[in-house]
Design a protein around this ligand. Sequence first.
Ligand SMILES: N[C@@H](CCC(=O)N[C@@H](CS)C(=O)NCC(=O)O)C(=O)O
Length: 232
Amino acid sequence: MIKHYYWPTPNGHKTAIMLEEVELESELYPINILAGDQFHPDFIAISPNHRIPTIIDLDGPQEAPYTVFESGAILLYLAEKTGKLIPSDIAGRNETVQWLMFQMANVGPMFGQNGYFQGYCPEDVPVAKKRYQDISNKLYGVMDQRLSAVEYLAGQDYSIADIATYPWILPKQREMHRIDISEYPNVARWCKAIGKRPAVQRGLNLMSDSMKVGNPTKETYNNLFGPSQLLK
Ligand SMILES: N[C@@H](CCC(=O)N[C@@H](CS)C(=O)NCC(=O)O)C(=O)O
């Protein structure tokens, strides 16, 4: 049984999709990051950087509960636990880890900054908007090039690298990041194929009505981007 600490955001979607794909039994623990649930000491005890997603595997290694935070680490852990969605040969495994790291180190943080400056920053900062939009387009270009040669990010098979990346490419994200997908036909093809998977659709549906930031209130803004973030 996996305890799943979750809120329906791009990083949260990754583990929701993964749990559906590998068909592990899970129990949902919503952490409302708009309301500040992530700062509760009980949550920080399992997720020191107060971020969702986080899991506790009640049937962990050494037959004891085992906690994992950071979405990339969770995907790897669940893939290795189940033997699914990551190849077992060294080259195939490393190809998958490489594109997973590409998402964790580039797509997530840079698209996140893009979204902040396009959608939430209380000041208009054109230089930051341009910088992060340019970097986002550049990363789309890298993925498009890769997907012109292979079916999925890690090669010919669907893997945790795709699960990590797909939630950041959804139409809602592209709109916020000011991305024109028609400039990236291979990413568009890949996106369409992944969106057809029933497990992906079920994962994306999990609490799909709850992440409506819209125009954040002062409290919501503070919890997501303001002084609360500094834990002081
Ligand atoms: N690198 C982390 C990022 C996770 C992350 O930023 N989660 C956001 C939601 S998408 C969150 O929990 N925000 C609450 C907060 O920052 O306090 C991961 O991939 O797990």
